[in-house]
Design a protein around this ligand. Sequence first.
Ligand code: 9PG
Length: 491
Amino acid sequence: MAEIDFGALHVKVTVGSDPVSQGDWWLVNGDRVELTHPVQSARFYRHGWHSWSLAHWADVAAPPVTIAVPYRRLQADDPALSERTGHAGNGVGAIAGPDGHALVLGALGFDAVVEGTPTTLGGTAAGPVDWFIAHGPAEETLSAYAAALGERLGNVRQDPGGVWCSWYSYYTGITEAEVRRCLEGAAGLGFDVFQIDDGWQVEIGDWQSNDDFPSGMATVAESIHAAGFRPGLWIAPFIAHERSAVFRDQLEWFVSRDGEPVPAGYNWDGPYYALDMTHPEARTHVAGIIRGAVSWGYTYLKLDFIFAAAIPGDRHGPGNREEVYRSGIELIREVAGDDVYLLACGSPIIPSVGVFNGMRVGPDVAPFWENDLNAAHVHDYSYPSTRYAISTSLNRLWLNDVIAVDPDVAYFRTRYNLMDPGQRAMLQDLCHVCGFLATSDPPHWLDPEERERLAAWLAAPGDVERLDRYRFKVDGREVDFRRATLDAPSD
Ligand code: 9PG
């Protein structure tokens, strides 16, 4: 048994190899590591598996926040995490005291879980991995973990500039005609990327344009380009709906259990399934989807529901779940080339570093603050809500040096919007804090004043200073996000 002396804190390594100093952090290797800590009134940093999964600081002495069983949705988190009764998160975890200093334990590899108790912090991985251990101010220490992760996995972080995205206004009702109308209205507002979201395709899995895009996706990309924007497209390359032709025709390409394909989740009025990224033909198929979108002229791809490549189940070839996911996204990067902006969404967080330029780090926003029934009875914080998006995104800000953190879109419109001006402003400020600026507001929905505010927001990058975990200075104004947080109340 070894001891790490952090000065302010003595930590025992009861399981794992002898710790080796790396300067400001310690390295331990093993498929299991356990630290004992003396922190009183501790908070546990719970890191949900993928973009939409809850990340927050929980009271380690109280039961963890879990989704009410009848309402558990496959796509809310890693099913293996949802089933746990103790405090646990994916890849990284931390224990913080009331002074805001944290002991951080993070895997420098894949397929790892970190558990916390009032006296321990433990990590378990599918095979031996290196672990990062450090103690210091919580946000800084998590950032140091991100830097170590970037050293191992690579760092292709890039700012996309201002993004217009069709989802949060048109949803699946987007059409070529509306795209053209918004392209016209977007002139002069300061967007860089114009991204078409879900709704352009024949079916989830069948990535050809549908009848609402009569000119075809290549012509639409040309129009976007001619209007002065970088063409962006949403695709969910690792999934197929039960209605899709690919699912009907190629059942053997999908992750299964006992010979039957297993649903990766339910959406679009039915189950959708995961392409098996260890199956050579499924890989060729995914490569073809990406090659197609790039050949149409899209150089910004929002790749969604990609956790599906890592769901539990039987696969054709070997590999742990996140390893297989990694091989799938590496294939996508290889096909797309280095110049295509890849934005991950619904993505396992840790294994996406080094391949994606940016990543959604919280659940979807919505034109409302919070759903009261969900908050009172279901506790599913992966559900669309501006409050949940703010809370989880802020708790993933530590990734910002290795991947651009996308907190989802801000709203400037009052049309079809239940938020009050303060809530809208908080979301706008969050985007400046993250440095990722996107909106879905159709320009013709905005009145002149809203339009002006949007243009000003896109033009000014925002001078951001962090005061503490939830308080920032944005352009000299103090912005306090505590109203949004899903943390355990501090005593
Ligand atoms: C398109 C949308 C948008 C959005 C993405 C993602 O749990 N769910 O059922 C669930 C459904 C949709 C969803 C997130 C979760 O939204 O985040 O920006 O692209 O897909 O369908």
